[in-house]
Design a binder for this molecule. Structure first.
Ligand code: ATP
Length: 469
């Protein structure tokens, strides 16, 4: 079933996944705050990523670099000179748009590969209209740098210009030497990090798809300086990334596709770049980029910093600048994708036997906001409540849990089903009787969401019998 974005936005707010930023002040355009369930979803995606790509691999290390960096970094990386989008103004209503996006939305391919003159000609010849007012009267494109500039220092106007990082990747390149010098990594190896990035986007929107403050999960994987080897690793990273998306966070395979950058679109230093696209409610959009960047970044930083960034092969003594593959995920877009992908509506018969529609968000167990719901059947029963609270305190040391003793049990199951909580644990009269007989032999009912299977389990065996989440 197809659901439009407005439906997802409304549900996300209603169920505490995402609220408009600064809501009580009327909001701040295109800023979103993650609510309690959204924050849990975020954490679980981060955990699933870190565990899979850093913790469980012996060829990867993690990093957490600062957002504010020496401005020379951005000169070396090329961001000051060329991290810009082509901006056009509608002469009639003054709306600001991205020329490349207008071309793309009006049937033109590879707009990035066209010069500004060619882009302008396309807008004129195809009578591309302004999405705001419908006029077709554009200024010529001009560069708009997407970096947020700010000042470091205490005196207004005398501070030094610095930038909020527009990507996390450069923090990895500038720490390449530190990591070589202080750890035992050997080529091939990778460095991964997760963090905030900022881009002063001209046309933010589509909920969290394009925002000005977002998070990325990036890896630079360093390999030998040999193009055949590099291309093999590019292929490997395409496959590993696909496995993670589908197996670890459960994104539907049929909603994903790879798109290769054609030679005109490819950065001059890249030997191959792929976008992973997801079918969002408004069409296909990039979720992840996987780029073979050769030794471009290390070479630039070596030149601009004057520091030797070469790697010495411990076996042969050969010194060289490694090539690198960059699998770069948008974490904010991954959260959006997970919500869209999980959202579903189904018909059911209510207690009166009438058909009703309910929302279910079928999250993969790895990323479901709540892993265990603990539900004492009768709120007034002191022993049930006591057992439930004890269980909550034990389980919540390891997993995200929710304790809920409010309302009819059917309704409470529904609340958990709506967010696809993998396990619901109920404490009932039998548990109470067992408690009075021998406290060590208390059993509870575990209901597994996917199979709907219910089994009675000894509380003492609970940790052994639950799946790893
Ligand atoms: P786009 O073409 O959509 O502007 P990009 O090619 O500039 O994206 P990259 O520089 O490759 O994006 O960044 C890597 C990832 O960071 C993207 O795949 C995307 O998931 C995420 N990302 C980039 N810009 C934004 C943004 N403004 N809001 C949310 N996520 C973003």
């Amino acid at each position: 079933m197809h659901f439009n974005l407005e439906t997802i936005v409304a549900w996300a707010k209603r169920r505490g996944f995402a609220y408009p930023g600064s809501d009580i002040y009327g909001g701040l355009a295109n800023a979103w705050d993650l609510g309690p369930y959204g924050a849990q979803l975020h954490k679980h995606i981060v955990d699933a990523w870190w565990r899979y790509f850093i913790q469980e691999r012996d060829d990867m290390v993690g990093l957490d670099a600062a957002i504010l960096m020496n401005p020379r970094v951005w000169e070396a990386s090329g961001h000051i000179a060329s991290f810009s989008d082509p901006l056009v103004d509608c002469k009639k209503c003054k709306a600001r748009e991205r020329a490349d996006k207008l071309i793309e939305d009006n049937g033109g391919d590879t707009p990035e590969a066209r010069t500004f003159e060619e882009q302008y000609r396309y807008l004129v010849e195809h009578h591309v209209t302004c999405p705001e007012c419908g006029a077709s009267d554009w200024t010529e494109p001009k560069h708009f740098n997407l970096m947020f500039k700010t000042q470091q220092g205490v005196i207004d106007g005398e501070g030094k210009d610095i930038y909020l990082r527009p990507e996390t990747a450069q923090g990895i390149f500038v720490n390449f030497k530190n990591i070589l010098d202080t750890t035992r990594v050997r080529i091939p190896f990778g460095i991964g990090q997760i963090g905030k990035s900022f881009r002063n986007e001209i046309t933010p929107g589509n909920f969290m798809f394009r925002v000005r403050e977002f998070e990325q999960m990036e890896i630079e994987y360093f390999v030998e300086n040999d193009i055949t080897v590099g291309l093999q690793w590019l292929q490997t990273w395409k496959e590993i990334s696909e496995q993670w998306r589908i197996e670890q966070i459960g994104i539907k395979k049929e909603k994903l596709r790879f798109r290769e950058h054609d030679p005109k679109e490819l950065a001059f230093y890249s030997k191959g770049t792929w976008d992973v696209e997801y079918e969002f409610p408004r069409g296909w959009g990039e979720l992840q980029g996987i780029a073979y960047r050769t030794d471009y970044d290390l070479k630039q930083h070596q030149e601009f910093s004057g520091k030797d960034l070469q790697y010495t092969d411990p076996m042969t003594g050969k010194r060289y600048l490694p090539h690198c593959i960059e699998p770069s995920w948008g974490l904010t877009r991954a959260i959006l994708t997970a919500m869209i992908d999980a959202y579903d509506e189904e018909e059911y018969l209510n207690q009166k036997g009438e058909k009703e529609t309910r929302v279910v968000a079928r999250f993969h167990p790895n990323i479901a906001p709540v892993k265990y719901a603990i539900l004492p059947l009768v709120k007034k029963d002191e022993v049930q409540v006591q057992l439930g609270k004890e269980l909550f305190h034990k389980l919540s040391k390891l997993y995200s849990c929710e304790y809920d003793d409010n309302g009819a049990i059917g309704k409470r199951y529904r609340r958990q089903d709506e967010i696809w909580t993998p396990f619901c644990i109920t404490i009932d009269q039998q548990s109470v009787e067992e408690y009075h007989a021998t406290p060590e032999s208390v059993t509870v009912t575990v209901r597994e969401r996917d199979s709907m299977e219910q089994k009675r389990v000894l509380i003492s065996d609970l940790f052994l019998s639950l799946g790893y989440l």
